[in-house]
Structures are given as structure tokens and as C-alpha cells.
Ligand binder design. Structure first.
Ligand code: UFG
Length: 332
């Protein structure tokens, strides 16, 4: 693949899977990352690294000095709904303030295409399932609001400056590189699948199920888990589509799975029980979030290669089994 790309947050969970894809395809990749949540070990040799935050003007200038770029992929952000309810202004500073600085720099440097990691959190407690791009945007957390603000900034950056953008609303990113090079390593980990796997493997405490009295068939929350490699490929599909104008896509498989279904999948894949107990609901958790991926499927050739929960869990489990300390060396 021809081209030179800037990837912010390229050492993070989803970003690193895109960087691997781009490098595999022979693209030139510059990563800007401050390693606040990402891992140096997740970056391939072929990627050029600028270490620093988007909030650091010198780091941003150093990154754009590596251009000109055919596109910017923007992953660097804070992304925990619950945390954003505790420190909302930190979220606006990191996600909106720093995001605007990046968009500004992209425009100033003549970048024509921009791909934003957006989120299903834009939709808050969605009234209709599956959620389409026409569903009401009503974020119920500062995290969701911060991404919506950036989407709006990109809308106007297109209208005024002609910067074409793809806003990709991720549902629940999960799984790991099928080739086993990359995986999920958040510290602390808050996501269901890695926590359930750690509980099964004896690497972590028993799982707490956040609410068994939700209005769903088994009382636990339903989410649309999408394989991280499918997410990465969707960035390239969306990028190719930008010649026709800016787009926003909901990225999920269209299938929802309850917390209990995820636990059952982890038990099947690992061959071990997942120690779990029922706990209270987690504030802010909508009972059901399931995407309609109809628009991206109609407008591009993208289809999920791992639509199956079992396959998603299998890749996540394989990486964790082989990397019980995540990206830290096994002997530490
Ligand atoms: N859950 C538990 N126990 C846990 C952790 C999670 O029961 O220990 C439940 C949650 O209540 C939820 C489901 O598992 O119902 C998934 O929770 P995650 O924390 O894995 O993911 P979220 O749905 O909260 O959020 C994720 C991303 C957000 C993104 C959102 C979009 O972290 O950034 O998906 O759907 F916005």
C-alpha cells in the first residue's frame, strides 16, 4: 500500500492493530504516542516513532515535520466512560483540546483526509436497537460528549477547509491480532473479556457481573463485540471511501452478547470455569448497545472477518495465555 500516514495513539490497543496492518502492507507510518496507555513493544520496527503528547506543541510539530501525510488516523484519547464521570474536564482537555490542536495542525499542513476513533457512547441510552447512524446523538458521559465535539469540529473543518473525515463509532473492541503479535493490555484493565479471561486463567480476581437485573433476557448487559483487527481494516475501507465525501460509520457486527454469554464463551475457549459473582449495576451502563453496520457494508467492501464471539474470545485468550503479563516480559 502506498502512502505516508500519521497515527496518533498508534501504540494503543486499536491503534497498534492498524499500525501493524499498514506496515504489513508496505505503507510508511509515523506514530505519535506518549505511552500514557500504549506500549512501545506494540510497535513494529518499521514504524517511525515520535514520543510525546498531542498537548505538547513541540511533539506535534515534530510529528508533522515527518510529513507530508496522505492521512491522519487519530486514536490518542482517554476512553473510559466511568472515569470520565469522575474527571470530566480532563476528558475535555485531552480529547477535545488536544484533538482540536491535531485537526488544526492537519489543516495547516495540507492534510486532506482524517480518520477519527469515535465511539458508540455518542448514542447514550439508545432508544432503538440496532443503532444506526441516524439514531439520536445523546451522549450520557463526558467521554461520549468529548467525541461528539470532535466529530462536530471535523464537520466544520470539511465545510470550511475541505478536510475529509471518517468518524468511526466503535462498539466494543475486543480480541487480539490473529497472528499473536498484539493484544489487549490496559492498566488497570476494566473491560469484560480480558477480565473474564484473567479470572479463568487465575491471573486476576473473580469477575463481578455489573447488574443481573437489567431489562434483557438474562438480566445482564448486552454489547456488540467487534474484533480489533476488523476495526483496523475498517479504517482503511473508510479512508478509501473519503474521495466521495466525509462519512460516519457505526462499527459493530450487528449481534449482541450478554455478559453471561461472554462468560460462557470464555469458559468454552479456555476449558476452565470463570469465577464470577453478581454485583450491582455500574453507573452509566446502558442495558443494550448493538450496532447496525449496514451503512459501512453498503458503501464499502468491509465485512467483519471475525463476527463470531467464540473466535473473538479465542484470539484474546491465546494472546493472554502466551502473555500473562501483557507487554511486560514474562520474567518480570
Ligand atoms: N462488565 C461486567 N464486569 C466487569 C466489566 C464489565 O459485568 O468487570 C460489563 C459491563 O457492565 C458492560 C459489559 O461488561 O455491560 C462491557 O463492559 P466494558 O467495560 O468491557 O465495555 P463498555 O461497554 O463499558 O465500554 C466500551 C469501551 C467504551 C466504548 C463502549 C462502546 O470501553 O470506550 O464500549 O460500546 F464507548
Amino acid at each position: 500500500m502506498n502512502g505516508r500516514f500519521l497515527v496518533t495513539g498508534g501504540a494503543g490497543y486499536v491503534g497498534s492493530h492498524l499500525v501493524a496492518d499498514l506496515c504489513d502492507q508496505g505503507a510508511q507510518v509515523v506514530v505519535l504516542d506518549d505511552f500514557s496507555t500504549g506500549h512501545r513493544e506494540a510497535l513494529p520496527e518499521a514504524a517511525r516513532l515520535i514520543t510525546g503528547s498531542l498537548g505538547d506543541a513541540a511533539a506535534l510539530a515534530a510529528a508533522f515535520a515527518e510529513g507530508p501525510f496522505d492521512a491522519v488516523f487519530h486514536f490518542a484519547a482517554r476512553s473510559l466512560v466511568g472515569e470520565s464521570m469522575r474527571v470530566p474536564l480532563d476528558y475535555f482537555r485531552a480529547n477535545v483540546g488536544h484533538g482540536l490542536a491535531l485537526i488544526d495542525a492537519a489543516v495547516a499542513h495540507g492534510v486532506r483526509r482524517f480518520v477519527l476513533s469515535s465511539t458508540a457512547s455518542l448514542f447514550g441510552e439508545a432508544a432503538e436497537i440496532p443503532i444506526t447512524e441516524a439514531s439520536p446523538l445523546q451522549p450520557s458521559s463526558p467521554y461520549g460528549e468529548s467525541k461528539l465535539m470532535l466529530e462536530r469540529a471535523l464537520f466544520w473543518a470539511d465545510r470550511v477547509h475541505g478536510l475529509k473525515s471518517a468518524c468511526l463509532r466503535y462498539f466494543n473492541a475486543a480480541g487480539a491480532d490473529p497472528a499473536g503479535r498484539l493484544g489487549e493490555d490496559h492498566r488497570p484493565e476494566t473491560h469484560l473479556i480480558p477480565l473474564a479471561i484473567d479470572a479463568a486463567l487465575g491471573l486476576g480476581p473473580e469477575l463481578t457481573i455489573f447488574g443481573t437485573d437489567h431489562p434483557t433476557p438474562d438480566g445482564t448487559c448486552i454489547r456488540d463485540y467487534i474484533h480489533v483487527s476488523d476495526l483496523a481494516r475498517a479504517h482503511l475501507a473508510a479512508l478509501a471511501r473519503l474521495e466521495g465525501g466525509s462519512v460516519a460509520y457505526n462499527l459493530g457486527t450487528g449481534h449482541g452478547h450478554s455478559v453471561r454469554a461472554v462468560i460462557a464463551a470464555v469458559e468454552r475457549v479456555s476449558g476452565r470455569a470463570v469465577p464470577a459473582r453478581a454485583g450491582p449495576r455500574r453507573p452509566g451502563d446502558p442495558p443494550i448497545l448493538v450496532a447496525s453496520p449496514a451503512r459501512i457494508q453498503a458503501e464499502t467492501s468491509w465485512r467483519p472477518r471475525f463476527p463470531d464471539l467464540h473466535e473473538i474470545v479465542r484470539t484474546a485468550h491465546a494472546w493472554r495465555r502466551d502473555h500473562p503479563k501483557g507487554y511486560a516480559p514474562n520474567n518480570t
